[in-house]
Every structure is written in structure tokens, then in C-alpha cells.
Write a protein that binds this ligand. Structure first.
Ligand code: ADP
Ligand code: MG
Length: 282
């Protein structure tokens, strides 16, 4: 359970998820300029994307609240990845609007600009630096402080070091800090990559099939990790593993043929007749 279903003000998005027993603070600082005064942090309104006349997204509308852990499910080809492509600026919609907070028009920003504003994305395949240690991977992913003189940025100050140590704890890789990333298990590489995203101090994390290929144990640990991150961060998770979704989901959005078929708690969505038809292929 996260606190996302309750009304929240700006300060509460920094609080750890109510389900978190650790009460760990991540020293997470809001990027200035993202207005979440209306709770919503991502707004997709009537987005359409066509590929050679085929509508991958068909007037898709979706609002994600700050601090929420949103799961997006749907059959292959439903438009889940395309939706993430629109949010991250990889694909421009033919029509519709996409906003980050109240004021930032995502359709006017480039991919690097969107990442820099605080929307981080993790693709399915882990892309860690295999010949570097776990610690070094996080160090390499750190957001260089452009206000500091270039000669100083190469040194790891204590704040950056503390941040790396905190993230190592969060992703449960502290004991592996000095191991080469190439020697990690598939699941550990995925967590390291999430840690690398966290080093960028994002507000929103988009995760496309994050537990694909993981062992059951790794999948369980990933569920814990995501529940810990929710509240401090907004998570949008696309996943096929329904047990995993049931474990972490706060609100579930079902996409089908490029639009929202159903939305609500896992139970509500599972009992929806249209959803049952789509998933059973009737
Ligand atoms: P999902 O992630 O839900 O499986 P996608 O968003 O990847 O679905 O794809 C939605 C539909 O759009 C699919 O039919 C897919 O073949 C099509 N599609 C996605 N990207 C492209 C592209 N770059 N060019 C042509 N068709 C695409
Ligand atoms: Mg996909």
C-alpha cells in the first residue's frame, strides 16, 4: 500500500510510502519548476500516435498522481511502450497533449531535456558498465552539478558519496559495492540500473517490464524495492507478470488498442467484463 490514494500536498510526496517500515529518507530534492499543486504529475490528454495509418495510441488520456505507483497492463501491441515513448519525447504524438506537472509541455521538449527535468526511464535490457564496479556504476551515473567548477566535479564530494551509499542500501546491493557489475545476476543488474536512474534525481520513473527474466526471489525483492520507492518517487510500471502487479499495484490502468479500457484497483480491473474478454481473447 502506498499513500497515493489519499489526497496529498506537495510536501507529502517527499514522505516515505506509508507501507514502508524503514522510514528512510533519500535526500530527494524536487526539481524546481514541476508544479504538482493539483496532485497530478503526468497528464496525457487525448494522445494519438499513428504508424503508417495504424493507431498505436488512440486518444489516450491518463493522469498519474505524484508519488503514485501505477501499473499499466494490456495485451501485446496495446500501446504501452508507445505511451512511454510519448512521455519521454522519443515519439511525438500526432495530436493530444502531454504535461509534466501543470506547466511543462512534454511535446515541446527533446528526449534529453525531458530526462533532465526529472523523468527517468528504464528499458527492459540492463545497460550497466560491466567492467566497472557497482559503486563506480553509480558514480558514473551521477548528475554532475553544473554550478560547480569543472575541476571540482570530478571529485566525489561527501554528499554524492552519501547518496551513492543510500542508493546502494535501497537497491540492496551494498554488499556488492566493489564487485564488477558484469558479475552480478540478471536481477541485480536490473536493480543497479534502477540505482543509476535514481542517481539522476528523477521525480518520475518509467519502468518497462522490469521483472522480465527474474527469478521468483528477485521478483519478490523487486516488489519490495518498488513499494519503498513509491511516495518518494512516482512510478509507472508496465508489466506482464500479474502476480507481481497484484503485489505492488495501487492503481492499475488497462490499455487496449491504444486507449484506456479500465482503471482502478487490481480487483476492480480484474472483475471488469471487457478486461476479462480482452485477456481471455474471447
Ligand atoms: P505494447 O508495448 O503494448 O506491446 P507497443 O506500444 O510496442 O505495444 O506497440 C503498439 C503498436 O504500435 C503495435 O502494433 C506495434 O507494432 C506498433 N508500433 C510500435 N512502434 C512502432 C514503430 N516505430 N513503427 C511502426 N509500428 C510501431
Ligand atoms: Mg512494450
Amino acid at each position: 500500500m502506498t499513500n497515493a490514494a489519499q489526497p496529498m500536498d506537495v510536501s507529502s510526496t517527499h514522505a516515505p510510502a506509508s507501507g514502508s517500515e524503514t522510514g528512510v529518507s533519500y535526500g530527494h530534492v524536487l526539481t524546481p519548476g514541476v508544479d504538482i499543486s493539483h496532485r497530478g504529475i503526468l497528464y496525457l490528454d487525448s494522445i494519438s500516435v499513428s504508424f503508417d495509418g495504424f493507431k498505436a495510441l488512440n486518444e489516450l488520456s491518463l493522469i498519474v498522481d505524484a508519488g503514485e505507483l501505477r501499473c499499466v497492463i494490456g495485451p501485446n501491441g496495446a500501446g504501452k511502450t508507445t505511451m512511454m515513448d510519448v512521455i519521454t519525447g522519443k515519439t511525438r504524438p500526432d495530436s493530444g497533449s502531454a504535461y509534466f506537472g501543470q506547466t511543462i509541455d512534454l511535446t515541446e521538449l527533446t528526449e534529453p531535456e525531458i530526462a533532465g527535468r526529472g523523468i527517468g526511464r528504464k528499458f527492459q535490457k540492463p545497460t550497466v558498465f560491466e567492467r566497472h564496479t557497482v559503486f563506480e556504476n553509480l558514480e558514473l551515473a551521477r548528475k554532475a552539478d553544473k554550478r560547480v567548477w569543472p575541476t571540482l566535479t570530478s571529485e566525489l564530494d561527501s554528499t554524492a558519496r552519501d547518496r551513492i551509499l543510500t542508493i546502494l542500501e535501497t537497491i540492496q546491493l551494498a554488499p556488492e559495492a566493489s564487485r564488477l557489475a558484469g558479475l552480478l545476476s540478471h536481477g541485480q543488474k536490473q536493480w543497479l540500473e534502477i540505482g543509476m536512474l535514481l542517481m539522476q534525481e528523477p521525480q518520475v520513473l518509467l519502468l518497462d517490464e522490469p521483472v522480465a527474466g527474474m527469478t521468483d526471489d528477485e521478483t519478490m525483492r523487486s516488489a519490495e524495492l518498488f513499494l519503498t520507492l513509491a511516495g518518494d518517487y512516482t512510478l509507472v510500471v508496465v508489466e506482464h507478470d500479474m502476480d507481481f502487479v497484484a503485489r505492488i499495484a495501487d492503481r492499475v490502468t488497462v490499455l487496449h488498442e491504444g486507449r484506456v479500457l479500465a482503471e482502478g484497483s487490481m480487483r476492480v480491473v480484474q472483475e471488469n467484463e471487457e478486461v476479462i474478454e480482452v485477456f481471455l481473447g474471447r
